[in-house]
Design a protein around this ligand. Structure first.
Ligand SMILES: [Zn+2]
Length: 102
């Protein structure tokens, strides 16, 4: 059980932060399938967002997932970073998360 919160993504302020700063909320990048949310947390595939980009604003990831998927390509960035950080392949990613985003 990992208690310490961490992110392997590069910081991309002010869009997202890779550590919890005042007023931000943690978002798990892969959370759709059963277990993926916990894997995201374990692997550091989380980002920290201001509430307006997490839940409340027009471009919030939970209100406008299409924008984050297609314009920002957050899942693609996360999968790439996961492979790089853990020295794994997209096939390893597929096995762990159930699909690929590259
Ligand atoms: Zn979220």
């Amino acid at each position: 059980m990992i208690n310490k919160e961490f992110s392997i993504l590069n910081n991309n302020a002010p869009l997202w932060y890779n550590r919890r700063i005042n007023g931000t909320e943690r978002h798990e990048i892969f959370e759709g399938r059963t277990g993926n949310r916990n894997k995201s947390i374990e692997d550091g595939l989380v980002i920290f967002l201001k509430p307006e980009l997490h839940r409340t604003g027009k471009y919030a990831i939970h209100k406008n997932p299409k924008y984050w998927k297609e314009e920002i390509k957050i899942q693609e960035i996360a999968e790439r970073r996961w492979c790089e950080y853990y020295k794994k392949t997209p096939d390893d990613f597929l096995k762990r998360y159930g699909r690929n985003y590259l």
